[in-house]
Write a protein that binds this ligand. Structure first.
Ligand SMILES: [Ca+2]
Length: 494
């Protein structure tokens, strides 16, 4: 059969399919969207850049490496918040979470709600308007369970048409978000588990069996993530749509660990970002700084949709794109734990501003403190078994500012903020941050209202208690004690 016959037959089938769906102009959607690429976002939980293509040597990640080889790999991609809900609120709007008031983790979940500024729209809504089918699901689509959103603001659930692109109309392009468990799926269960003795820990974590075993399980989770990415790619190939699909692969923040998730060290904010698609040059490696909200603008551009003026993310694949010379990332309240940290990162330096210097880094946080790795670290700290670098995160008070020379000190262990020879760099970094706070109107500069905090805490504690059992009741009590401590510290001006 010739190609023409194939196409004619295909068009005929589409028309029949559309007519069956009761559409008055069956050819319209197909004709309008024929050449539009599908866009797939693979969003992985809690994982740093521990992939072969990013230099990890202790495990193999062939599928993700292949994706990078076929597309563009960003070596210096960062998220604008090192925790789920602010990060995901930013991702889906292409805006800093601090610009839209979605910066406090799990906020607006109780009786107090957060509403987006009226001009701000969600990326899937814009795709829908352009004729795309939009879906958000977990990789196991058979469950038909809606994928994780975790947005801190109110939004119309109808921005997602479904959970899987299988349900789109014939010929309709799609925008799909696929959620993977990533680092939350720490396990021993993977085809070739890594031996914990082969694990190489960062120097700021002690060589302890619990820490080592956990890191090994995390690397097993990285390998499982790689297998899942392979499955997604295979499905697209089997359906004959791989060549017309642009895939974005990224994680929502770094590894959940003492200095990772919730913090602005690179372990928390440096993430993998790979873009592979029909219009992109294979094997491209980008060394410039990008942020995860750029994905919103870039995806719209790939689909030929106009990027709205208000969007803070940039089309990083545009021909006239001006590379960033710095990025800004922000951490605010995480669950019950009140905090505000901002960082500016250039290619060489990291500047961190701690807005609560009178508080320890590791403030009580029930979610984190429940983890065996944190319990172990706290025990070793108490027993005096940690070295100077491992003790840093246990400081009872923090410096107001931190400055690291990432070229000489990639693990961010030697604070140069008080160093005379870095005074000019420090002053420049301060200026960049001040300007960013002013220009984006960083909402973190205004204290969260008591009503919002109390409303969110009620939902949080009630939810834990509802899980039932002695263990969760005790956990709820711990959160309540932490909440009381937060209020006490606030009253003391700490
Ligand atoms: Ca996460």
């Amino acid at each position: 059969m010739s190609g023409i016959c194939n196409r004619r037959e295909f068009l005929k089938r589409c028309s029949i399919g559309m007519a069956a769906l009761g559409l008055s102009q069956p050819g319209k959607i197909f004709a309008k969207n024929r050449n539009k690429p599908n866009i797939v976002w693979i969003i992985v939980e809690d994982m740093s850049c521990h992939f072969g293509c990013y230099g990890e040597t202790s495990i193999r990640t062939p599928n993700i490496d292949q994706l990078a080889a076929e597309g563009v790999k960003f070596d210096k991609a960062f998220i604008t918040a090192p925790v789920c809900s602010p990060c995901r609120s930013a991702l889906i709007t292409g805006m800093y979470q601090t610009s839209i008031g979605a910066h406090q983790h799990r906020s607006g979940w109780g009786t107090e709600k957060i509403h987006l500024p009226t001009k701000i729209r969600l990326v899937p809504a814009m795709f829908q308007e352009a004729g795309y089918y939009t879906c958000n699901g977990f990789i196991d689509n058979r469950k038909k369970r809606p994928g994780k959103t975790d947005y801190n603001f109110e939004y119309d659930k109808a921005v997602y048409d479904g959970t899987d692109w299988a349900d789109r109309k014939p010929g309709q392009p799609f925008f799909a978000q696929i959620q993977l468990a990533g680092g939350k799926g720490r396990t021993k269960n993977t085809p070739e588990p890594i031996d914990p003795t082969e694990v190489k820990l960062p120097p700021y974590y002690p060589d302890d069996p619990v820490i080592r075993d956990d890191w090994a399980q995390y690397l097993n989770a990285v390998m499982n993530t790689d297998i899942q990415v392979g499955q997604i790619v295979q499905r697209l190939k089997d359906e004959g749509i791989y060549d017309n699909t642009s895939i974005f692969f990224l994680t929502d923040h770094g590894i959940s660990h003492a200095r990772g998730k919730q913090f602005l060290y690179d372990e928390g904010i440096h993430v993998p970002l790979i873009v592979r698609g029909p219009s992109l040059k294979a094997g491209t490696v980008r060394e410039d700084l990008v942020i995860h909200i750029d994905m919103a603008a870039t995806s719209l551009a790939l689909a030929g949709i106009t990027i709205p003026e208000w969007m803070e993310g940039k089309d990083i694949l545009a021909k006239d794109y001006q590379q960033r010379d710095h990025i800004v990332s922000a951490r605010d309240r995480c669950d019950e734990t009140v905090d505000r940290i901002r960082c500016v990162r250039t290619d060489r330096y990291k500047y961190i501003c701690n807005f609560y210097p009178k508080r320890p880094y590791l403030q009580p946080c029930a979610y984190k403190d429940k983890k065996e790795i944190l319990k172990t670290l706290r025990r070793l700290h108490k027993e005096g078994k940690l070295n100077r670098d491992q003790e840093l995160i246990f400081a009872e008070r923090r410096p107001k500012e931190e400055l690291y020379d990432l070229q000489k000190d990639p693990w961010e262990l030697h604070n140069l903020a008080g160093d005379d020879s870095h005074r000019r760099i420090l002053s420049n970094m301060r200026k960049i941050l001040d300007q960013w706070i002013r220009e984006t109107n960083d909402q973190g500069q205004y204290r969260e209202s008591k009503a919002m905090y109390d409303s969110d805490m009620k939902v949080y504690v009630d939810g834990i208690r509802k899980r039932g059992g002695e263990e969760w009741i005790e956990h709820a009590k711990l959160i309540e004690r932490n909440i009381a401590l937060m209020k006490k510290w606030q009253a003391e001006g700490r």
